[in-house]
Write a protein that binds this ligand. Structure first.
Ligand SMILES: Cc1ncc(C[n+]2csc(CCOP(=O)(O)OP(=O)(O)O)c2C)c(N)n1
Ligand code: SF4
Ligand SMILES: [Mg+2]
Length: 283
């Protein structure tokens, strides 16, 4: 059996992010996690939306689908439903996932497909040169010249309230922990979400490696991973970002449910039937 190394997941295209961009660490952590799980690149698809963080499919040797802004999750769910054998890893940014694509996050959580979703949160729309995003702190940008006025969303709280079946938070400044979180997320059977605090060097000085380092603390060892309320209490603590796995629940996946539906519908078919006769009933 081939043993894959992190470099086996690299494509010939060199990442074009700015020096110091948090997304480099996330790419390295993901390649390390795929190697630890020995995922065959030919059986793996990385799906993304649009944004700096959504460029992963260019830089990786797996199959890839660089989709449209905010639509990575429905593409990923469609791929997994059509071919349950493939590993589907979805990546994107805070704008992609919680603004234009926020609706899909709710419904992916409800459906519980067996896929992973990694969001690189730099609290800004970076690719489009710095507009405030749903996770921005109060910030002056070209579209908010007198300061942004909206409340921030809390992505981990969103995930917990939607009952996403695996919820974790990591930081681009800690690749070792991030690799472990992504490995656990891919291994989880169901919809796994990894929120990554990932600084942008160009457009947001409200989230830097130093400012995040000051606020992060590991999830306490005695935290009960199946207690969603306890997870929410951690996440609502002002001024602290808990990193680690925050919530985990085993429940049937979308694939399990679709198989049940398939079995039921096939049980109701007559022994001898033709598609033509079935279509006739509706003509
Ligand atoms: C339908 C649509 N609306 C808007 C855009 C423009 N657009 C491209 S990327 C982006 C925001 C990217 O921000 P984020 O998802 O946080 O990714 P980042 O670049 O910060 O990694 C926007 C608004 C688009 N490509 N398509
Ligand atoms: S603009 Fe920001 S998010 Fe985009 S590549 Fe540069 S540092 Fe990374
Ligand atoms: Mg962003």
């Amino acid at each position: 059996m081939t043993e894959y190394k992190p470099n086996d997941y690299k494509s010939a295209v060199k990442p074009s992010w700015c020096p110091g961009c948090g997304d480099y660490s996330v790419l390295n952590a993901l390649m390390g996690a795929m190697a630890d799980l020995n995922l065959n690149p030919a059986d793996t698809t990385i799906v993304s939306g649009i944004g700096c963080s959504s460029r992963f499919p260019f830089f990786t040797s797996t199959y890839g689908f660089h989709s449209i802004h905010g639509r990575a999750l429905p593409v990923a769910i469609g791929l997994k439903s059509a071919n349950p054998k493939i590993n589907v890893i979805t990546v994107g940014g805070d704008g992609d996932g919680f603004s234009i694509g926020g609706n899909h996050f709710i419904h992916a959580s409800r459906k519980n497909p067996n896929i992973t979703y990694i969001v690189m949160d730099n609290e800004i729309y970076a690719l489009t040169k710095g507009q405030n995003s749903p996770t921005s702190h109060e910030i002056v940008t070209k579209v908010s010249p007198y300061m942004s006025v909206e409340e921030r969303v809390n992505p981990v709280m969103m995930a917990l309230s939607f009952n996403t079946s695996f919820v974790a938070r990591g930081f681009s400044g800690d690749v070792v922990q991030l690799k472990d979180l992504i490995t656990q997320a891919i291994s989880h059977r169901g919809f796994s979400f990894v929120h990554v605090l990932s600084p942008c060097m160009q457009y947001n000085d409200k989230i830097t490696y130093d400012s995040v380092k000051e606020k992060i603390r590991p999830v306490p060892e005695n935290h009960n991973l199946s207690d969603r309320i306890a997870g929410m209490q951690l996440v609502l603590e002002v001024g602290t970002y808990y990193t680690g796995v925050i919530y985990k629940q085993e429940r049937p996946t979308l694939g399990d449910k679709l198989n049940e539906v398939k079995a039921k519908s096939q049980a109701n078919l007559p022994v001898d039937f033709s598609v033509r006769d079935i279509v006739k009933q509706f003509s």
